[in-house]
Ligand binder design. Structure first.
Ligand code: C5P
Length: 222
């Protein structure tokens, strides 16, 4: 229990992003959205025409990522080489590409130090797939957040509808299942709970209920 870090891992669409953001705000801690780094690596690779099977080239892109996360109007913006890519990296296609580059060991190694550098006082909420298993093995509290694939597809569908984006529930479910399979079956840092993680199934829980539960567990650890 060396780090003042709360790790929140789990499959895509389980609510990690929303929950991590709310907890970081409530605790006054820093926030690491590690998925964004993989999304940014894939996006930057596309921009610089690096092939998706060029592992060394992709690792170099990851190593040299020029990113900033300024806060504007209460929302975190994502800038890549000064360009606002906040929306561009959130598409299903960007997620799909991210999960492909994330399966390459050299890319993961290249992003390791950058992720660990987010651990600063007073604390860090780290959101991802391998936060508790690889990046912050000494975290004070490790959570594995899940929900059924159907429920995750439904939530994603609602999010997209609200954003005015057309989507089909069945294709979202297929994409979620494909991404789950790729993330859990890869040989390096596969998606799985750390041995000392607490698993929370959010299928039937509201966002405030999840935040309450995690705050309670964190207080017990502190
Ligand atoms: O969480 P998000 O959907 O933004 O992550 C995009 C992809 O990045 C995931 O599907 C996963 O393949 C990869 N990822 C990862 N390790 C992390 C965070 C994300 O491999 N810590």
């Amino acid at each position: 229990l060396t780090d003042n870090v709360l790790t929140i891992d789990g499959p895509g669409g389980a609510g990690k992003g929303t929950i991590s953001g709310l907890l970081a705000e409530r605790l006054g801690w820093h926030l690491l959205d590690s998925g964004a780094l993989y999304r940014l690596t894939a996006y930057a690779a596309g921009k610089h025409s690096i092939a998706f099977d060029d592992e060394a080239g992709l690792a170099q892109v990851a190593e040299n990522l020029d990113v900033a996360f300024p806060v504007a109007d209460g929302a975190v913006q994502t800038l890549l080489e000064g360009e606002d890519v906040s929306r561009a990296i959130r598409t299903e296609q960007a997620g799909e590409r991210a999960s492909k580059v994330a399966a390459l060991p050299a890319v993961r190694t290249a992003l390791l130090k950058r992720q660990r550098d987010f651990s600063q006082p007073p604390g860090l909420v780290a959101d991802g797939r391998d936060m508790g298993t690889v990046v912050f093995p000494g975290a004070a509290l490790k959570i594995f957040l899940t929900a059924s694939a159907d429920e995750r597809a439904r939530r994603r569908y609602e999010q997209l509808q609200q954003a005015g984006v057309d989507a089909s529930l069945s294709s979202l479910l297929q994409e979620i299942q494909a991404r789950d399979a790729r993330d859990t079956q890869r040989s390096v840092a596969p998606l799985k709970p750390a041995d000392d993680a607490i698993t929370l199934d959010t299928t039937r829980l509201s966002i405030p209920e999840v935040v309450e539960q995690l705050t309670e567990w964190l207080a017990l650890r502190g």
